[in-house]
Ligand binder design. Sequence first.
Ligand code: MN
Ligand code: MN
Length: 319
Amino acid sequence: MDKILHQPLGGNEMPRFGGIATMMRLPHIQKTEEKRQLDVGFVGVPLDIGTSLRSGTRFGPREIRAQSVMIRPYNMATGAAPFDSLNVADIGDVPINTFNMAEAIRIIEDAYDEILELGIIPLTLGGDHTITLPILRAIKKKHGKVGLVHIDAHADVNDHMFGEKIAHGTTFRRAVEEDLLDCDRVVQIGLRAQGYTAEDFNWSRKQGFRVVQAEECWHKSLAPLMAEVREKVGGGPVYLSFDIDGIDPAWAPGTGTPEIGGLTTIQAMEIIRGCQGLQLVGGDLVEVSPPYDTTGNTSLLGANLLYEMLCVLPGVTHK
Ligand code: MN
Ligand code: MN
């Protein structure tokens, strides 16, 4: 039997403003037997009860889908042809409990256990950054400890937020404590702004992470940095976690905790394209908050960065 290869619905089959919005106008696959045929699944996690300032990421997955309708299949810059070799679909949203964080986290972990068990590489539409913790818990069960490429304005290594151990700013502290990460293969890119103490970013460095503060990225191409990143995180499975606030609010204003002096959209593309060749086992794009995204540009950017992640997954054909 020929391998099933779902294709995004073309603009000549249905106007791009028409139809029901799925990620990249791919089929929405719900049946377990059909999911088993997939290589990659776009999955939404509409959580925003982990945010600390402006909320709204519960609307992220829906709006990223809406802004993804113009993305066409072939990557003209890199030659990637993801739909020529991978079976990709939108597998819908995880039905989180929006009133109970502990329960939401459990539901997310269970959902990713199943996704991974079915052999699907998850590309996640967030949701606030809390969601990466239960995803990494599931990933550990499937792949063991992973390396991490983490793009963010913030380190997200707080011990607690308002006394809570689980929130969008504690994710990677918990991941280290729970032994989910191969700490010598972790890179954080784009960190900036102010700390509670002058040493705030050093907690990450003490774990063995390479911390690339935003200032180190200013005014230049990040292609050379990514050669160093591949050297650091290669040699095993890698997870990619992209907080949209890593990008400057000039381009990505629709987010909950914006910080000035961030990465450009071009640098964001260089980072993801620079992950080509890594053994990626999943990725997420988090912290898009549509109520603060008056033009839709933040969701548009998020949708395109998820497409770029798809293009660098293992097994993608290049033309
Ligand atoms: Mn974050
Ligand atoms: Mn952030």
